[in-house]
Structure formats: C-alpha cells, structure tokens
Design a protein around this ligand. Structure first.
Ligand code: SF4
Length: 389
C-alpha cells in the first residue's frame, strides 16, 4: 500500500453549495435475508406507520435551520422494504416533506419495493402519492438462486411485480445480483438477459459479497471462484452495453435519460439529508462540510427525543479522500472544477496523489476531466488509498 501525503489542504471554503437531496430510511422487511448487512429488521405484527412518518418529519424539521433557503433536487425512500408502507403513509410523508422544504419542479422521487409486497393497485397508489421512480429488489429471475439468497419471492412473482411497476411508472430500476451460490456463467447471463427483456430503463448489478454480521458470514455458502466472478462482471458489462445501457457508475446501467439523479448526487459529492432509523446525511456550509447519522434500532429511534447519533464536521484533510471515494466510482470521472466546487479546496491540494496515481496507470486526465483507467477501476481500493489523509 502506498500512501502519499496530501499537500496541506488548509480550510474548506465553498463558493456555492451543492445540490441537496433527501434520503428516507424505512427499516423493516418481511424477513431478514442471510446476505444483508443493511439496517433492516424483520417486522413483527403491524408496522407503526403513522408514528414513524411523524418521527421522520420531526427529523426533517430539526434539520431545516441547516438548509434554509435550499431546495430538494431528489428524494429516495429506501430500506428495508419501504413498499411495506401503505400508499397513504407515503402520501402523508411526501406531503409533510413538501410543506417543509421546496422540491425542484420534476424532482426525482424514488421508492424501493420488493416483489412479494406489492401488487398493481399499490404501485398506482404510490404514483398518486408523488413517487416518480420505482427500484425493485429482484436479485434474480431463477427460483434456485432466489431460494439460495433466502428471498421471500419467486421468479414468477418478480416478473409480475416488474410488469405492474412498468404499467404505473416509466422510470423503473431492477436490482440484480451475480456471483451467487451455485451460479454458473450461463445462469448469470440468463439473469441479466431476463432483466433486459423486461424493458426497464435502468438496471443495477451487484456482485454478492459476504459481509460481517450476516447469516452468510457465520455460515458461508460456496460461491463462484474469483476468476469466474470476474468473468461474470465482464459479461454483465458487455451484455448491458450491447443492449444499449450506459455503465455510468461501477454497478449502475441506464438507458439514455434514465440515470438515477439521486445516486449521481452522492457520487458527485452533493449534499443529502438523512431521516429515519440509521440514516446518514451530509450538509455543506460555506466554511465546512458536515455529516450526520441517526439511531439505528427502530424501537430506540421511535422512543428517542432527538434521533441524532452523530453530527460532525469532516476535517479538511479528509475531504479529498471522501470526494474520491464517491467520484472515482464514475467511469467518466470528474472535472477539476467539480472537485473545487464540492470540496472547497483547489485541485492542487491533491496534486501529488494525482501524479502518483497517473504514474501507476490508475488514473488519466486531460484538460477537462480526471478519470480512473480500466486498471484504476479494477484496483479501486489501491487508487483510493493514495488519497488517504
Ligand atoms: S429485502 Fe433487502 S433490505 Fe430487506 S433483508 Fe433482504 S436484502 Fe436486506
């Protein structure tokens, strides 16, 4: 591992504030999947929807003084399984958000849904509540793989959910996974092709990884070897590019005009408010960049007066690394203007690590942009380490 000392990055000084998004976390699922390390909890009985929406709006209210005069460019309701909430609860949430913070006209508003928790009527209800984009956690169209992943739905149910979503929404994403227990290259290809055949304009394809604090971590399944998984990744990228999707972030693929604006805002180091159990946020001020996070356990979150778990200023020396952690996921990279706008630091603050990364063939730059090379994308961690403070 090579670390290169950053030139004294000095103090953060932002000439303008970045776009502002809102992330809403809904932490319940029907059942906990064995590979999942998200803040998601198996529901027991009816969900306290009205109480939780009230708490979300209290979180937002408490954040208002820090974003006075700003507008929201996107909202993302993630989880967990937000589609477990009734359309009426999502309507109450979005009305409450609009009453407190203005939304850009045409703001993207995404809701995550899981097959097995949605039927056609529910999708229409979400659209009437103001949702404009649906992201469905399909993972696979193969019953054997879905069973191995401990999902509550089967392939047929997944197809029905996607069909119903497409009847109510133009903008639909499918989450798919590859590198699954017992999966062959042909099976992985069949899944990606099945995703394309649904006609959705956005696909996210993730390799299954075994994370600490999951059931798979304590009892690991047998996964495809390193070479087979790497071949699958190449197959995913080639198949989706061949089908007309742009690979605009490591795992994200979109037809023209369908990039996820909310996620792009993260990768371009924009601001976002985090409300709900375990949610994280980032807010910039002219002289500092801050991060906040909330109490994770739903029961403790609901009982707390203030739900803030942490609210801290990112030290100026760590800002370039945080920027790179996001922006280097973009194959087309970033401009030095964006670096300066979002970090409040001149690009000369990272002159040395940029030079070393270039010499190692991990990064390339021209007059307009700084972007990871194919090698840099493959060895992203090695590239990122160069920017550690
Ligand atoms: S449905 Fe999604 S969030 Fe819920 S446990 Fe499974 S992987 Fe995690």
């Amino acid at each position: 591992m090579t670390q290169v000392a950053l030139e004294r990055p000095g103090v953060v000084k932002l000439a303008a504030l970045p776009p502002l998004a809102l992330y809403v976390h809904i932490p319940w699922c029907v059942r906990k999947c064995p590979y999942c390390d998200f803040n998601s909890h198996e529901r027991s009985g009816a969900l306290p929807e009205a109480e939780y929406v009230g708490k979300l709006l209290e979180d937002l209210e408490a954040l208002l003084p820090s974003v006075w005069g700003r507008r929201l460019s996107s909202v993302f309701i993630g989880g967990g399984t937000p589609s477990l909430f009734a359309p009426g609860s999502i309507d109450a949430l979005l009305s409450g958000v609009r009453a407190r913070l203005p939304l850009d006209p045409g703001a993207e508003i995404t809701l995550e849904a899981n097959p097995g928790t949605v039927e056609a009527g529910r999708f229409r209800g979400f659209r009437e509540a103001g949702i404009s984009r649906i992201s469905i956690g399909v993972q696979s169209f193969d019953d054997r793989m879905l069973k191995a992943l401990g999902r509550i739905h089967g392939a047929e149910e997944a197809r029905r959910a996607v069909g119903s979503a497409l009847e109510a929404f133009d903008n639909v994403n499918l989450d798919l996974m590859y590198g699954l227990p017992g999966q062959s290259a042909a099976m992985a290809r069949a899944d990606i092709e099945a995703g394309v055949a649904t006609g959705v304009p956005h696909l996210s394809a993730y390799q299954l990884t075994i994370e600490p604090n999951t059931a798979f971590y304590s009892k690991p399944p047998s996964l495809p070897g390193h070479d087979l998984s790497a071949d699958m990744q190449v197959m995913v990228e080639e198949t989706l590019r061949g089908a007309g999707f742009e690979n605009y972030e490591t795992s994200a693929f979109a037809r023209p005009g369908h990039r996820c604006r909310h996620n792009l805002n993260y990768w371009e180091f924009g601001d976002y408010l985090g409300i709900g159990a375990g949610a994280h946020g980032k807010v910039s001020f002219p002289d500092r960049i801050t991060r906040h996070s909330r109490i994770k356990q739903p029961r403790e979150y609901l009982a707390a007066g203030s739900t803030l778990a942490e609210d801290k200023v990112i030290p100026a020396a760590e800002v370039p690394f945080e920027f790179m952690l996001n922006a280097l996921r973009l194959p087309y990279g970033f401009s030095s203007t964006l670096f300066q706008e979002r970090t409040g630091l001149p690009v000369t603050a990272v002159a040395r690590p940029l030079q070393v990364a270039e010499e190692k063939g991990l990064l390339e730059r021209d007059l307009q942009r700084i972007r990871p090379t194919a090698k840099g994308r493959r060895f992203l961690n090695e590239l990122l380490e160069l920017f550690l403070p």
